[in-house]
Design a protein around this ligand. Structure first.
Ligand SMILES: [Zn+2]
Ligand SMILES: [Zn+2]
Length: 173
């Protein structure tokens, strides 16, 4: 998935790029990700001033993760916006008025896949819930409390209140 600065500058139409990218390698380190569907990448590259190109579009995919409370499988649909500006530098020196928003490229061709990977990984959810009020698992027996209650005593004292209780006891003595 390449864009070519000189070719694009001379073209009348924006370049339309479409590719289905296998993103399994990109999520290798994430133990909470069970599966990830191929990412459908739809981008448009438009000339934007001297030696510059705007690339905009969307990355669409699907990721299966574990609910962070009850560990059931949750599928999330991803619809990630992509927008980057690339500038062809022609020489290995950054300009003095370097713009942090711009990605400077030395070659007259740039492979977009590493930038697609970066955007994709950045937009992956940190954690998911199967539902907002997921009850999670019983800490003692592991029962999924969404499916039914167990017979464990799970009365929890709020640690802040527990602290206060001790404070008042001391005062009384
Ligand atoms: Zn859950
Ligand atoms: Zn239990």
């Amino acid at each position: 998935m390449n864009i070519h600065f000189r070719k694009l500058a001379n073209a009348d139409e924006p370049a339309v790029l479409h590719e289905v990218v296998d993103v399994r390698e990109f999520v290798k380190g994430r133990k909470d990700i069970l599966a990830v569907a191929p990412l459908s990448v739809d981008l448009k590259a438009l000339p934007a001033g001297t030696d510059s190109v705007n690339v905009v579009g969307t990355l669409k995919g699907e990721v299966d993760m574990l609910c962070s409370r009850c560990l059931s499988e949750v599928t999330s649909r991803l619809n990630i916006p992509f927008a980057e500006t690339f500038k062809w530098l022609k020489q290995p020196i950054l300009p003095e008025d370097e713009d942090e928003e711009i990605i400077y490229i030395q070659d007259e061709m740039v492979d977009l896949i590493p930038f697609v990977e970066e955007t994709f990984v950045l937009h992956l959810p940190d954690s998911v819930l199967c539902k907002a009020d997921c009850l999670g698992l019983c800490q003692k027996c592991g029962q999924n409390l969404n499916e039914g209650t167990c017979s464990c005593d799970n009365t929890v004292i709020d640690p802040r209140l527990a602290g206060l209780k001790g404070f008042f006891t001391k005062q009384d003595n």
